[in-house]
Design a protein. Structure first.
Length: 244
């Protein structure tokens, strides 16, 4: 039976693994009730299309005082008054007529460089006729100015460099990198139970100011062109695994 590749399905599959549960942000299937509950629980939340790609359609909602909410979409911001009006505003202005499911998620407080958030892409692959997963590349993506998602990247740099020039405790670099790789390998093993033909995952992870790793997304068809910018051999390694 075919398993959906949507964000909600993958979140539920990862949540079944006890080792991954603590790395997953609070996530709900979006409807009017769940949106209001999440707005009550968190000062900032993210609304994401289940089948979106390249960061398209992602909306950050931030709570201000006096029932004012800021909706941050790409590089623009809109002010909406009243929690009860947000769902209708989204449905009228940002949800396409063609039906698409959405999730609502606790916003991960991503570490920043010069006030711009960054996240991490870890490539996990296995060769043909092998069940052993390997990390074949990893990089950090720095969001462009005024963007809350990193798919519009201002820069691509090594994970180690990103951690060292951010406000994260530099003494934790090796431990954080180890966590990133371990979590990515566990995700690949967990999802392979449902996507048995997949030989590559692009795991998107966040790091907060305390150095804690968070799971953002597991991509089943990840782009690899960004690894060209690192010049560390990872691009060639990723391509070799795809062939082998």
């Amino acid at each position: 039976m075919r398993v959906s590749a949507g964000k909600w399905t993958k979140h539920k599959l990862m949540l079944e693994n006890e080792r991954l549960a603590s790395f997953l942000p609070d996530t709900q299937y979006l409807d009017r009730t769940s949106l209001n509950i999440m707005l009550d629980k968190y000062n900032q939340i993210m609304v994401k299309p289940c089948n979106g790609f390249q960061g398209r359609g992602i909306i950050q909602i931030s709570s201000l005082s006096n029932e004012q909410f800021v909706l941050h979409i790409e590089s623009s911001e809109t002010l909406v008054h009243g929690k009860e009006n947000i769902y209708d505003y989204l449905k009228e202005n940002h949800f396409p007529r063609k039906r698409n499911r959405y999730i609502v998620q606790q916003r991960i407080p991503l570490a920043t460089i010069n006030n711009n958030p960054f996240d991490v892409r870890v490539m996990v692959q296995r060769k043909k006729d092998s069940l052993e997963w390997a990390v074949t590349g990893k990089l950090a993506r720095l969001a462009a100015n005024n963007f809350v998602v990193t798919n519009v990247a201002k820069a691509v740099l090594s994970v180690e460099d990103a951690i060292e020039i951010s406000l994260i405790n530099n003494e934790k670099v090796k431990d954080i990198v180890a966590d990133l790789e371990e979590v990515s390998l566990i995700i690949a093993g967990q999802l392979s139970n449902s996507y048995s033909q997949k030989r590559v995952y692009g795991i998107d992870l966040g790091i907060d100011l305390e150095g804690k790793v968070w799971i953002i997304e597991a991509n089943l068809r990840p782009a690899i062109s960004m690894f060209k910018y690192l010049n560390d051999g990872s691009y060639e390694t990723i391509k070799a695994f795809k062939r082998g």
